[in-house]
Design a protein around this ligand. Structure first.
Ligand SMILES: NC(=O)C1=CN([C@@H]2O[C@H](COP(=O)(O)OP(=O)(O)OC[C@H]3O[C@@H](n4cnc5c(N)ncnc54)[C@H](O)[C@@H]3O)[C@@H](O)[C@H]2O)[C@@H](O)CC1
Ligand SMILES: Nc1ncnc2c1ncn2[C@@H]1O[C@H](COP(=O)(O)OP(=O)(O)OP(=O)(O)O)[C@@H](O)[C@H]1O
Ligand SMILES: [Mg+2]
Length: 378
């Protein structure tokens, strides 16, 4: 039994119950007993919940990712101006990590965003600029070691003023790649996230952003434009914090639904052998064959990609144009499915060429060709 206790454990139990219901076994009757004992639902609510969960988990889960990629990728139209294909900002990059924010930001550009900004610490900024002249790099974040206690409040004010100047222009923020875990820096980033939320800017949370959010769930709880992209460790910590239990692979879909619901309907992309995606209403998987290489940085490509596709999906749905088959799907789900599929296709292509020496930069080089194969530019 993976559930220990806690309100949200009810959802996990419902998931187990649904699973067992399909088998109609004695174990199911036992789970029903447990739900009644621990869940506190009326019989009617209980029955409705089970029906809903059954409907959700009973359907084929694999997303039609290529169809979605084609439906949300904008055409290259000569009447468009700079910025219309997306302006993305990465909040990340500190003394230790300069690769992660670079990978996320450059991936966004290689897929087709027009502008990619990075807000990082002063130490990281010149290094990131030296990787690429394409990125707009703002050396605005500060770590504790570089700020005296008496200057912390004024520094926070300056950081927020710098980021706020740009906030309304961004189509999506990616918070966390290479952010580090310095307490003062994370305090500033919390405020940036609150401002993004007030401005209705979507936020993709990855890497150390997930460390921050796991300890301060209110930052994203109930925000439908938040996407969390946890790896195996990050997912484990989220499940322990929110559901108060261990990760289960046997009831992976149900647990993911419960987690997304427990954080108020955010969208979660659980990375792994297959990527599992849920917005607390449905669960989809992307199992396109990727690469057996697990070099660091692939998650950063993914977070940058999800930011672009999420922006494109929102744009496409807002204009109510194009493919009606996607019009009922949450844009955060569309963004995750498209980002996951493209990342995996590019990884597969890079591995065909480079085999054991495949690195993250090789995968980034394959992003354009992989998108072209699915969705030709002309
Ligand atoms: N080139 C770069 O600059 C890269 C930087 N990265 C950044 O590195 C930072 C950390 O990301 P990771 O993916 O390594 O974070 P993880 O939380 O997955 O892992 C951090 C380290 O702690 C260990 N760890 C994690 N949870 C643990 C637990 N419960 N008990 C014991 N050990 C545990 C892991 O094995 C790993 O060595 C993020 O900011 C990320 O964005 C990565 O994206 C990889 C590439
Ligand atoms: N076992 C696997 N098989 C195939 N693809 C995988 C596997 N594990 C992860 N991936 C893919 O690799 C990408 C990155 O996932 P990963 O778990 O490595 O993220 P991460 O640890 O956050 O990476 P990073 O090093 O950038 O922080 C995801 O798109 C995921 O689909
Ligand atoms: Mg990561």
């Amino acid at each position: 039994m993976f559930v220990k206790h806690g309100m949200n454990s009810q959802f996990a139990l419902l998931g187990i119950a649904t699973h067992c219901m399909l088998g109609s076994s004695a174990v199911f009757r036992r789970q029903q007993f447990l739900i009644r004992t621990l869940g506190g639902y009326t019989n009617q609510t209980h029955h409705k919940r089970i029906q809903q969960t059954k409907a959700m988990s009973g359907i084929a889960m694999e997303a039609d990712a290529e169809h979605i990629l084609r439906a949300i990728t904008p055409t290259l139209d000569p009447t468009k101006h700079k910025g219309q294909a997306g302006k993305i900002a990465i909040i990340g990059g500190c003394r230790e990590y300069t690769g992660a924010p670079y990978f996320a930001a450059i991936s966004a550009l290689k897929i087709g965003a027009d502008l990619s900004h990075v807000f990082c610490t002063k130490d990281a900024a010149s290094v990131i600029k030296s990787y690429s002249p394409e990125l707009i790099v703002h050396p605005v974040l500060e770590e504790s070691y570089s700020v005296r206690d008496e200057d912390k409040l004024s520094t926070l004010g300056k950081v927020l003023a710098e980021v706020d100047k740009w906030m309304e222009r961004f189509d999506c923020l990616v918070v966390g790649p290479g952010l580090g875990r310095d307490p003062f820096l994370l305090g500033c980033v919390s405020e940036i996230m609150k401002h993004a939320r007030q401005s209705n800017v979507p936020i993709v949370v990855d890497g150390d952003g997930l460390f921050l959010v796991t300890n301060s769930l209110d930052l994203v709880s109930g925000y439908r434009l938040a996407v969390l992209t946890p790896n195996v460790n990050e997912y484990k910590r989220l499940v322990q914090k929110v559901l108060n239990c261990e990760v289960t692979d046997q009831y992976a879909h149900e647990q993911l639904l419960s987690l997304a619901k427990g954080i108020g309907g955010v969208t979660i992309l659980r990375k792994g052998k297959s990527d599992l995606i849920s917005d607390s209403e449905t669960v989809k998987s992307v199992s396109i064959y990727g690469s057996p290489r697990r070099c660091g940085g692939q998650g950063d490509i993914l977070s940058g990609s999800v930011a672009v596709f999420l922006s494109w999906a929102r744009q496409r749905l807002a204009a109510a144009e194009g493919d009606l088959s996607i019009s009922k799907i949450n844009p955060t789900m569309l963004g995750c499915i498209a980002g996951s599929a493209l990342m995996r296709k590019a990884a597969s292509l890079a591995f065909q060429n480079k085999k054991r020496s495949t690195l993250t930069s090789d995968i980034i080089e394959c992003l354009g060709r992989s998108l072209e194969d699915i969705c030709p530019a002309s």
